[in-house]
Design a protein around this ligand. Structure first.
Ligand code: PLP
Length: 429
């Protein structure tokens, strides 16, 4: 099949719910390159939406899966499964502060959040969850209830009990401040007002939060934000669940995004890159919470299947073998090069990110910071024509998302930045 065949067949038989950005039909991937069905190579700066952190066709992951596939694909977790227990041990060891020593496995990020929410509600016996505006936690019912972007929710309510607070977005502060810490962490203070005016802090089981908001526009909270948040949550006995579905697994130059902020959560959820693309969701939590749970409290038929678990163990080996540090170094270099581009192109309002979790906020005007949505869409197309794959995000769709495989080469950073420069000039920005 060539690209056109795949496009025609998809248009005929696939649901309209699939949103295709452009006519790209991938055939295979190697390291940080993806080849189209027509045999053309593309530098992959999106990694299938922040998935293949240890590279396409990673030899060791492929070998581990091949070794398992002829033994067991899957077995019910009502038996004792070596691969599941071994992976849980490894995750406990790499968890923030080594403090989250219990694992429950599902198939996706949404399910790992769904599990986390049931767990904190069961333990605390409190009805509400606290989430942030512009957050993204998935499309299952409770995960969607906690999603802070109305465009994905309109017409689907009423939702499960969630209260929202403003996100820590200093570039476009939702409370109109000029930046942290001069504002005195106004968005955290506002959070306490949400408790006092809406449902009472004592009704909230946990805060569900992305340490860095990905889909919402690659938003990095300011230094000290999570320390302030944690103090407030502790005051009301509210637990902290960090959604590391995108910021985790080495992407930001540390194993977990929350490790940049010096706080240890009660629960951590992840998926996406943890098995380099095989379906796996993880809910990782403090052992003390386990005491309140009953055997059979939750079950996922395919969650933690054998192939995904052996792949994940190999992903952890690879990440701990130097890839996490490499993501930090390559990311700093990439960001410096993007900042140089900002000096040249007025449409780039902000360059932000940590490690290989990077965003370019495109604006119509640097003073008003009005989002340049149409420019972003054209820009993505222009980059595609130059054989570079990027994503778009932000509630206005104006943020170019750069989340490549963490093994991205310096040469490909340089090639990409040249293409970025050229494409912006081509669209007159
Ligand atoms: C931060 C975050 N949480 C949860 C999810 C949902 O994951 P999944 O699509 O695997 O259900 C996503 C998906 O993009 C995400 O970015």
């Amino acid at each position: 099949m060539n690209t056109q065949d795949v496009v025609s067949l998809s248009d005929q038989y696939l649901s309209r719910m699939y949103k295709h950005s452009f006519a790209f039909a991938p055939d295979r991937g190697v390291d940080d390159i993806v080849y189209s069905k027509d045999g053309e190579p593309y530098i992959d700066l999106y990694a299938g939406v922040s998935i293949v952190n240890v590279g396409w066709s990673n030899r060791n992951v492929v070998k581990a899966v091949e070794g398992q596939i002829s033994k067991l694909f899957h077995m019910t977790s009502t038996y004792y499964l070596d691969y599941m227990a071994l992976l849980a041990k490894r995750l406990a060891e790499v968890s923030p502060g080594g403090a989250l020593t219990k694992s429950f496995f599902t198939n996706s990020g949404s399910e790992s959040n769904e599990t986390a929410i049931s767990l904190v509600k069961r333990v605390s016996r409190r009805p509400y969850i606290l989430a942030l505006h512009r957050s993204f936690h998935g499309r299952t019912f409770y995960a969607m209830s906690a999603l802070g972007q109305a465009m994905w929710k309109t017409g689907l309510g009423p939702f499960a009990p969630v209260v929202f607070a403003p996100e820590p977005f200093c570039y476009r502060c939702p409370l109109g401040h000029q930046g942290c810490p001069d504002c005195g962490y106004a968005c955290v203070k506002y959070m306490e007002d949400v408790f006092r005016c809406e449902v009472g802090g004592e009704s909230i089981a946990a805060m569900l939060v992305e340490p860095m908001l990905a889909n919402g526009g690659m938003i990095i909270p300011p230094e000290g934000y999570f320390r302030e948040v944690k103090q407030l949550l502790d005051k009301y006995g509210i637990m902290l669940i960090v959604d590391e579905v995108q910021s985790g697994n080495g992407r930001t130059g540390k194993m977990w995004g929350i490790e940049h902020f010096g706080v240890v959560p009660d629960v951590l959820t992840t998926s996406k890159a943890i098995a380099n693309g095989l379906p796996l969701g993880v809910t990782l939590y403090r052992a003390s919470l386990d005491e309140e749970l009953r055997p059979g409290e939750s079950y996922s038929t395919l969650g933690g299947n054998a192939l995904s678990c052996v792949a994940a163990i190999e992903v952890l080996n690879e990440l701990q073998g130097g890839i996490v540090e490499r993501a930090g170094e390559t990311g700093s270099y990439f960001k410096r090069r993007l900042e140089q581009l900002k000096d040249k192109h007025a449409v780039i309002g902000d360059v932000r990110g940590i490690g290989l979790f990077l965003g370019l906020d495109l604006v119509k005007d640097r003073t008003t910071k009005e989002p340049a949505k149409e420019v972003a869409a054209r820009y993505q197309q222009e980059l595609f024509r130059r054989r570079i794959l990027v994503g778009l995000g932000g509630i206005d769709g104006n943020v170019v998302r750069i989340e490549p495989p963490l093994i991205l080469s310096r040469d490909h950073v340089d090639e990409s930045v040249e293409a970025f420069d050229d494409a912006l000039s081509a669209i007159g920005c």
